[in-house]
Design a protein around this ligand. Structure first.
Ligand SMILES: C[S@@+](CC[C@H](N)C(=O)[O-])C[C@H]1O[C@@H](n2cnc3c(N)ncnc32)[C@H](O)[C@@H]1O
Length: 197
C-alpha cells in the first residue's frame, strides 16, 4: 500500500480539536474554551484582511487558532495570564502549523490594546466572581479585581475608533461602552457581535 495522506481533522469538530491538549485541559473545554461553531461564527465577524484580532484571555488558544485557520488573511493574537495555558496554546499552534497567529503570556493590562483592530472576549474576568469551576487556584481572585479589569477594558474599548468590532460570549456586558452597537446575536443571546459607532 502506498502512502496514505490524510487531511488533519482538528478544525472540524470540538472533540478532534480538543485532542490537541492533555486530558485535563480537554475536560475543561465545555466550560472554559469556546466551542468550535461559536469560534467560527465570532471569527468570521471579526476577520478583515490585513487586520489584527485580539482574544483577551486566550486560554489554550482555541478561539485564536480556529479563527486563524478559517480566516487566513487576518492575524489572530491571544493574550493569556496563565503560563501553563499559554504553553499549551503554543504547542497546539506548532502542531497545527498555524502561521497567522501569535500568543503572549501576559496580563491583558500589559498589552497595548491600541495596536489591535478587533476584539474577542469570552468573559475572562468572571472567574473573579465565580467560586465554582475555577481553572486553578494559582492566582488571586477578588471582586475588586473583576471591577478593575472590567473598568480597564471599558476605558480601552471606549478609546477605539469607529468601526472597531467586538464579539462577546457569556458577557455580563459591564466592559462594553455605550458606543458599541449590537449587530447580531445568537438565539440564546450568549454570543453577541458589536460594532463601535
Ligand atoms: C473563559 S476562558 C476563554 C479562553 C479562550 N478565549 C477561548 O475562548 O477558548 C478565559 C481565559 O481568560 C484568562 N484571563 C482571565 N483574566 C485575565 C487577565 N487579566 N489577563 C489575561 N488573561 C486573563 C483566564 O486565565 C482564562 O484562560
Amino acid at each position: 500500500m502506498g502512502n496514505v495522506i490524510t487531511r488533519p481533522t482538528w478544525f472540524l469538530a470540538d472533540a478532534s480539536f480538543d485532542w490537541l491538549y492533555p486530558e485535563r485541559i480537554q475536560r475543561m473545554s465545555g466550560r472554559h474554551w469556546t466551542p468550535l461553531s461559536i469560534a467560527r461564527k465570532a471569527a468570521a465577524f471579526l476577520a478583515e484582511e490585513g487586520k489584527k484580532v485580539l482574544d483577551i484571555g486566550s486560554g489554550v488558544g482555541k478561539f485564536t487558532l480556529i479563527g486563524a485557520h478559517y480566516n487566513p488573511r487576518t492575524f489572530f493574537y491571544g493574550v493569556e495570564q496563565r503560563s501553563e495555558l499559554h504553553h499549551y496554546a503554543l504547542a497546539a499552534q506548532e502542531y497545527t502549523r498555524t502561521e497567522n497567529a501569535a500568543f503572549f503570556n501576559l496580563n491583558f493590562t500589559q498589552v497595548n490594546l491600541a495596536a489591535y483592530d478587533h476584539f474577542y472576549f469570552y468573559n475572562a474576568f468572571f472567574e473573579n466572581l465565580d467560586v465554582n469551576d475555577r481553572i486553578d487556584h494559582n492566582i488571586e481572585y477578588s471582586d475588586s479585581l473583576y471591577q478593575y479589569y472590567t473598568r480597564y477594558l471599558f476605558r480601552e474599548l471606549n478609546k477605539k475608533p469607529a468601526g472597531t468590532r467586538l464579539v462577546t460570549f457569556h458577557s455580563l456586558e459591564d466592559e462594553i461602552p455605550p458606543g458599541y452597537e449590537l449587530k447580531e446575536a445568537s438565539a440564546d443571546f450568549m454570543l453577541k457581535m458589536w460594532v463601535k459607532r
